[in-house]
Design a protein around this ligand. Structure first.
Ligand code: FAD
Ligand code: NAI
Length: 500
């Protein structure tokens, strides 16, 4: 009995302690303090974007030394790894976004946040022109702003290779609105299939979900769709669920080419068990409103009817990036994105424009890991640059008043310190591993082991690791609590099948 009483006490203390700590940090996150006003004597840094690269830069930057302006068409940061989960309602959309002001309001100096889309960068006059793209507009909708330093982190857009019908007839899986649209259209297909009098052929078409692109986005989305089908749709649409089919189309010989062979086979066999059809060596040539035209290995063309098609064909540079590359001339001859040097300075605009993440063309894969490490690196470089500028000012003062022995000594010391500062270490990427969810509570992971090769693992334990890795990398305590609660609610009550 006394053991049970003690256990009860310990449980109560633990619950109260956890609740209190949570409350304390949540309140701290809700009440930012006062900030230093902008300082006209400091340099102005304009940051384009509020994604992985830009947010990591903002989080790490010491704003004491700069006046910072953030311009992005979305006033939030989106945690992209959980976007496919959102698309089927495993977690809700609001749980994986965080307003960018929740970062900027905690900086030492006020940061200006402007919800707008940058339309043009003029690297010669050092200005950015941006437009208000939102529905409600004021008297001013467009403006041009000068910058001293530009941090360019606008990401990439979905690559369509100019294939006819992609823009008109497919959904994407890149932004928040894409997940919303996907969910809306998927439930529409199912409800329409349930409409009385539909022919068998039409029901089969409406219930055929096609995903194009066997990269991680396409694979994760197919896995999530499968979960939705077996965990929920099976119970709420028993007459239709067995007819719902998922097909993944990939032009290359395998899916997930960036993962090790063992994990590719594991994914393919898991998909087979889950009745997800994988069509490899199959190239999409056209997307009609109700059917996709594919070219098989033997070059024959086949038309596959679908109800909903998601295009996850990879990345391409945004038009503003292409225009900036043109403005920079021969220095930017590549196609994938902006060429940058080892310090992330844009080639042709060194000392004034830095670029990070998916908008660049580097040897790294376009991933969140790379973008966020680059953001952190660049913020540290900016701190160094501010220190260097301060030392240069000191040196000028010392040189102006030179003459005394001590003054010369001091100037030499400052010169030495400046010399060391000019040698910023180049950016070096540290790969933490690749993870992907493949459905039915299984994930795959390729993890580097202390520079001694790779650990390739897949299954339910890896899935638990996947979840804990994502919970820990989520943006804020608020996001962690919301996503954990969503996961629990999905386990208890299932996913919602109502249409908004
Ligand atoms: P983004 O994060 O895309 O940010 C770009 C920002 O620029 C956005 O805020 C956007 O609103 C803004 N912007 C766009 N146009 C303009 C403009 N004209 N002016 C101003 N701002 C503009 N990577 C991983 O490492 N692990 C994963 O598990 C993973 N999962 C993913 C899942 C999905 C579904 C997707 C689509 C991607 C995933 N990625 C993952 C890749 C990762 O999301 C990207 O590599 C990462 O977002 C790149 O960061 P970024 O800052 O370059 O661009
Ligand atoms: P991707 O570029 O990795 O894959 C796109 C796939 O579409 C390619 O395999 C390509 O062969 C295929 N494709 C293109 N055109 C086609 C056509 N006409 N017909 C058939 N197939 C066609 O793109 P994805 O998956 O969107 O990923 C983009 C980046 O984001 C990658 O760097 C990826 O590593 C990263 N990412 C990482 C995730 C993770 O680590 N879990 C999750 C999602 C994305």
């Amino acid at each position: 009995r006394s053991f049970l009483q003690n256990l009860g006490r310990v449980t109560l203390i633990t619950i109260a302690g956890t609740g209190g700590t949570l409350y304390y940090f949540a309140q701290k996150d809700r009440h930012p303090g006062t900030q230093l006003p902008p300082d006209p004597s400091k340099k102005t840094v304009v940051v384009l974007g509020s994604g992985w690269g830009a947010t990591s830069f903002l989080k790490t930057l010491d704003t004491d030394e700069y006046n910072v302006v953030v311009v992005s068409p979305h006033n939030y940061f989106l945690f992209t790894p959980l976007l496919p989960s959102c698309a089927v309602g495993t977690v809700s959309l609001r749980s994986i976004i965080q307003p960018i002001r929740y970062v900027t309001r905690f900086k030492k100096r006020q940061v200006t946040v402007i919800e707008a889309e940058a339309k043009e960068v003029d690297p010669v006059n050092k200005t950015v022109t941006f437009h208000d793209n939102s529905v409600i507009k004021g008297e001013v909708v467009s403006t041009t702003m000068p910058y001293d330093y530009l941090v360019y982190a606008v990401g990439a857009e979905t690559q369509t290779f100019g294939i006819p019908g992609v823009k008109e007839n497919a959904c994407y899986m890149k932004e928040l609105g894409d997940a919303e649209k996907f969910r809306e259209n998927m439930m529409d297909c199912i409800e329409t299939a349930a409409f009385p009098g539909q022919s068998d052929k039409e029901i089969d078409r409406l219930l055929h979900m096609v995903v194009v692109g066997g990269g991680p986005t396409g694979v994760e989305l197919s896995g999530e769709l499968h979960d939705f089908l077996v965990d929920d749709l099976k119970y709420w649409y028993p007459e239709l669920a067995s007819r719902l089919r998922i097909t993944l189309i990939e032009a290359l010989p395998t899916v997930l080419p960036m993962f090790s062979k063992q994990l590719i086979s594991y994914t393919e066999s898991t998909f087979k068990e889950n009745k997800i059809d994988i069509l490899t060596k199959t190239m999409v040539k056209e997307i009609k409103p109700n059917a996709v035209v594919v070219q098989k290995e033997d070059k024959s063309l086949v038309e596959i009817p679908f109800g909903l098609l998601v295009w996850a064909g990879g990345n391409k540079a945004r038009s503003i990036t292409v225009d900036l590359m043109k403005a920079l001339g021969a220095a930017q001859a590549g196609k994938r994105g902006l060429a940058v040097n080892d310090h992330l300075e844009v080639v042709g605009a060194e000392g004034s424009i830095w670029a990070l993440g998916d908008c660049t063309s580097t040897s790294y894969a376009p991933t969140a890991q790379v973008a966020s490490q680059q953001g952190g690196y660049l913020a540290r470089q900016f701190v160094q640059m501010a220190k260097k500028d301060a030392l240069e000012r000191d040196l000028q003062v010392l040189r102006a008043g030179a003459g005394s022995e001590g003054g010369i000594e001091d100037a030499k010391k400052v010169e030495g310190a400046l010399e060391r500062m000019r040698k910023f270490a180049p950016f070096s990427y540290s790969h933490q591993g690749s993870l992907a969810y493949i459905g039915s509570d299984k994930a795959i992971a390729d993890l580097p082991i202390f520079g001694q090769g790779n650990l390739a693992t897949g299954g339910v334990a890896t899935y638990l690791f996947w979840r804990s890795a994502y919970i820990s990398t989520l943006f804020s305590l608020r996001n962690r609590v919301l996503v954990s609660t969503d996961w629990l609610a999905t386990k208890l009550f299932g996913r919602d099948v109502s249409r908004e």
